[in-house]
Design a binder for this molecule. Structure first.
Ligand code: XIL
Length: 355
């Protein structure tokens, strides 16, 4: 597998070399039993459409009013808490866990029989200051992360069907991102996080989630090597999430994204588009920008629909009224008045499998 890219991407080979020794040691560890993941939502056939999910935050649930909830329940079938499950929100001070906000979203989802994607256990962002500014040995930080993952995943055992265990581990050129986890623990942090999460909830489907890997390029190649190595080492990885934060001038052709998804599907993993939105700001005529945005939504949805292992598309929010990248970017399928945009109709059309 590593030799596959030797002649194409020196940077990726660098990444492979970094992983090679690690996987060599990790591979010698007794492989975790292949877990039989629960059927949360599996596409039983390629003719079945991927499920549609949305990122939801407790502010919108509490204050956005009936149109928000009505739109969510009418069109979306799964929920990802937008920020409420980040480490800075759940363990703001060491040993003090604050689950209230996330519990509210999980309770809402369970009331409406909507599966929950837990997001995210280990990331380079939204790390509480007591972790970020600590002077940790490797063993001490492993203990911090082990305790955190075990506490959080145990708290939601049986209520959160999937976890984005490790989020955005790679840089654009395919190297390991120099997060505190990577710097102090080393690349082993990825496999350790998955093993700890699996030990806390053996039935949860565990994802590695990344952005900017929707193209056939060095980052995607490095992601494939990372994922392949984890699988070879018997790490309990159940899926890969492609965030798909796209722009009008930066989005993959449908054939390219479909090819990427097929490559990962061949590893036997569940795939999901986990954070779809399209920055559509700018000075060009609005109608043109909305049409271009719709075409991108259709491309992403159709790429997922074309690959049976791709079981869900989650948009990172519902309405332009509440988006992490600002309303002016008009990135989501519904407008600020919860009226469907061209992107909504295109998303629905793309999710309908062809043939
Ligand atoms: C963002 C949220 O939307 C913001 O509200 C929060 O302040 C920061 O995180 N990739 C991710 C998500 O994996 O966690 C990020 O969500 C968007 C980029």
């Amino acid at each position: 597998m590593f030799g596959k890219y030797v002649l194409t991407l020196g940077l990726t080979v660098t990444a492979a070399a970094a992983f090679g020794g690690w996987f060599g040691s990790a591979a010698s560890a007794a492989p975790a039993p292949r877990v039989a993941h629960p059927a949360v939502f599996n596409r039983t056939s390629a003719s079945e459409a991927p499920q549609l999910g949305a990122a939801v935050n407790d502010v919108m649930l509490a204050k956005a009013g009936p149109r928000y909830v009505r739109t969510l329940l009418a069109h979306y079938r799964s929920i990802t808490p937008e920020w409420e499950m980040e480490m800075s929100q759940l363990e703001p001070t060491r040993g003090h866990f604050t689950f209230g906000q996330a519990d509210g979203i999980v309770a809402f989802a369970r009331r409406h029989n909507m599966p929950v994607r837990g997001h995210t256990l280990v990331w380079d962002q939204m790390i509480p200051s007591w972790v970020l500014h600590g002077d940790w040995t490797r063993a001490q930080l492993e203990n911090v992360l082990h305790t955190y993952i075990t506490t959080v995943v145990s708290h939601y055992r049986g209520k959160v069907e999937e976890w984005d265990v490790v989020n955005e581990p790679l840089t654009t050129d395919g190297h390991m991102r120099q997060s505190i986890w990577e710097r102090v623990i080393g690349p082993d942090y990825v496999a350790l996080a998955f093993r700890w999460a699996h030990a806390a909830d053996p039935n949860a489907r565990l994802f590695l989630n990344e952005y900017g890997a929707e193209w056939n390029d060095p980052k995607e190649h490095a992601l494939f090597q990372l994922v392949s190595g984890l699988e070879s080492a018997g790490v309990p990885l159940g899926g890969v999430g492609f965030q798909a934060h796209l722009l009008l001038n930066a989005h993959p052709p449908q054939a390219e994204l479909t090819g990427v998804l097929r490559q990962f599907a061949a590893l036997g993993l569940r795939l999901e588009i986990t954070e779809l939105d399209v920055r559509a700001g700018g000075s060009a005529p609005l109608a043109r920008r909305m049409a271009e945005e719709a075409a991108i939504y259709k491309t992403v949805a159709a790429s997922c629909a074309a690959v049976r292992a791709c079981a869900r598309v989650t948009t990172w929010g519902i309405s332009d009224a509440a988006t992490w990248i600002g309303t002016a970017n008009r990135p989501l399928p519904f407008d600020t008045h919860y009226q469907p945009k061209p992107a909504w109709y295109a998303l629905r059309a793309g999710l309908t499998p062809r043939g």
